[in-house]
Design a protein around this ligand. Structure first.
Ligand code: AMP
Ligand code: FE
Ligand code: FE
Ligand code: ZN
Length: 293
């Protein structure tokens, strides 16, 4: 079976491999298509697409952003985006600004807790200008304050922990619009992160998002338990949303999740991408004249 991985981070956000390396690795393990979905960054798409053309590997342009849905955090994936769209580029700059504003506040909190990590050492870990919590977590490990990045999240950086600082975010509506106006398909990533407590609650949320223009649900993803996958599939079918899947690969930053197979057992069929292309691209062509994407 031809398989795909539509949720991959590179070293332009909190992944480990460069976009070009990701494409090479994907080719090596025989994936039929991939998407690069960095947090708040779209610059990995162009080199990945070019490398894909060179190696004969299908690369779907993508992105992942954090959005706010009435106080709930959610991750929104965008596929088939035009990464040269000026409005999208401006939105990404804005999101990067929100991130840059948050990070010094995290460092201040850590310092107040007696944990002396500096922005400079974290930048050395990330290897660039992007600083994400996984990089700060690694700095805490390197300094010996915690045993693992998981413990760093638990004790300090995770939602509700003492050094947690919420980033300014787009609303779900804004996030979906930004993606759609760049010609993209908006997909709800790993729906458990919404923290809904029942199927009925999640169903209401998904219905709400669909009215905002949501086009799909990430049904297959490494952290999903079997019953979650079944639930998300049910919701996608109920609301006539596209089904997508990816590992949420971060390389060494999440060593238990491997490219293409997640924790070892993911097999995401190429047929999902075929359907995404068929439905989304047809809709896009149809509405492009009306909506002025
Ligand atoms: P940030 O975008 O800087 O707020 O960091 C969010 C990223 O941190 C997520 O995409 C994950 O890669 C990682 N992350 C979030 N929560 C945890 C956790 N509890 N344990 C490990 N990694 C996490
Ligand atoms: Fe991440
Ligand atoms: Fe995510
Ligand atoms: Zn992700």
């Amino acid at each position: 079976m031809k398989t795909i991985d539509l949720h991959i981070h590179t070293n332009l956000s909190d992944g480990f491999l460069s976009p070009v390396r990701v494409v090479k690795e994907a080719k090596k393990i025989g994936l039929a298509a991939i998407a690069i979905t960095d947090h708040d960054e779209i610059a990995g798409n162009e080199p990945a697409v070019l490398e894909g053309e060179r190696l004969g590997m299908e690369v779907i342009p993508g992105m992942e952003i954090s959005v706010d849905l009435d106080g709930r955090p959610a991750h929104m994936l965008g596929y088939f985006i035009d990464y040269r769209n000026p409005e999208l580029i401006a939105s990404i700059r804005l999101l990067q600004g929100y991130r840059r504003k948050r990070n010094p506040q995290i460092f201040r909190r850590l310092h107040q807790l007696g944990l002396m990590v500096t922005e400079q050492e974290v930048k050395e870990i990330s290897g660039g200008n992007y600083i994400g919590r996984p990089h700060i977590a690694q700095a805490l490990v390197d300094r010996g304050y915690v045993h693992s990045t998981a413990q760093a999240f638990e004790k300090y950086l995770g939602n509700g922990a003492p050094a947690y600082v919420q980033k300014q975010r787009f609303s779900a509506q804004q996030g979906i619009e930004v993606i759609r106006r760049a010609g993209g398909l908006a997909v709800l990533a790993h729906p458990f992160s919404l923290g809904a407590e029942s199927e009925a609650e999640l169903s209401t949320i998904v219905e709400h998002l669909k009215r905002m223009g949501l086009g799909g649900i990430e049904v297959f993803c490494s952290p999903h338990l079997e019953e979650q996958t079944e639930l998300y599939l049910r919701l996608a079918n109920n609301f006539n949303l596209l089904v997508t899947g990816g590992t949420d690969f971060h390389g060494e930053w999440k060593p238990h999740v491997q490219l293409g197979v997640g924790k070892g057992n993911l097999q995401i069929p190429y047929s999902l991408l075929e359907k995404m292309k068929k439905v989304h691209l047809a809709k896009y062509k149809l509405s492009a004249s009306e909506v002025n994407f």
